[in-house]
Design a protein around this ligand. Structure first.
Ligand code: C5P
Length: 221
């Protein structure tokens, strides 16, 4: 069919999900937000009172976890065992702990196999931390998107401003801590795949980033 898979990785707040959704729209591809899957799992364990340190319990209960990502007009809807948790998975409580649950090998294994299934028929834009290295090592286009931590915090801040519950400094500290945990974990740490193209978006507009990635896809299409 000439369809390809596109892997977009990078640190927290680099704008991956905004960009990935727009690239998917341009190509009429399916967008898969793997961060939302780790967030949904985190919400689920927190709702059961299970801490990331309780690995045995996590691995037992993950068997009963069903995550659905439903594309919609206003972005995707996230369901956990049929319950809509789209807003809850963006809470500060989930932010604070998601990178801890994401270190658990058995949980990653489960989510990675779901993610691979979603990409089998190609035509997928998937964003996360380990897509180019682990989930889809054969993706035809791989992009590693970065921006300075100050720029990433300030973008997130503008997005969240109406909530008014967190300062720019706090946001910057949260993002830096999440990056540290994601880079230092043993299983599938955040890093650029050897064959990925590095895209520093600090001084780029959203449109420029989308155009750049779409142009990489045309070379492969
Ligand atoms: O992309 P987002 O910031 O929503 O991801 C939330 C967290 O989920 C990340 O900080 C990381 O700990 C985890 N994650 C991961 N692997 C992915 C996607 C997300 O470990 N592929």
């Amino acid at each position: 069919s000439g369809k390809i898979n596109i892997a977009i990785d990078g640190p927290a707040g680099a704008g991956k999900s905004t960009i990935a959704r727009m690239v998917a729209g341009r190509l009429s591809y399916i967008y898969v937000d793997t961060g939302a899957m780790y967030r949904a799992a985190t919400w689920y364990f927190q709702s059961l009172g299970i801490e990331p340190e309780e690995e045995e319990l996590v691995l037992q209960t993950v068997k009963d976890l069903v995550i659905e990502l439903i594309p919609g007009e206003l972005g995707q809807q996230v369901l956990v065992n049929g319950q809509d948790v789209t807003e809850q998975i963006r809470s500060l409580a989930v932010n604070a702990k998601v990178s801890r649950y994401a270190q658990i090998e058995g949980l990653r294994g489960r989510l990675v196999s779901l993610q691979r299934q979603m990409a089998l028929r190609k035509g997928v834009v998937m964003d996360g931390r380990d897509i180019g290295t682990t989930v889809l090592p054969d993706a035809e286009v791989k992009v590693f998107m970065t921006a300075t931590v100050e720029e990433r915090a300030s973008r997130r801040y503008k997005e969240m401003k109406e909530q008014g519950e967190i300062s720019l400094k706090q946001l910057e500290a949260d993002i830096a801590e999440r990056d540290r945990l994601d880079q230092e974990r043993e299983i599938s740490p955040l890093r650029q795949a050897e064959d990925a193209t590095l895209l520093d978006t600090t001084f780029m507009s959203i449109e420029e980033v989308v155009e750049t990635i779409v142009s990489y896809c045309k070379i492969h299409g």
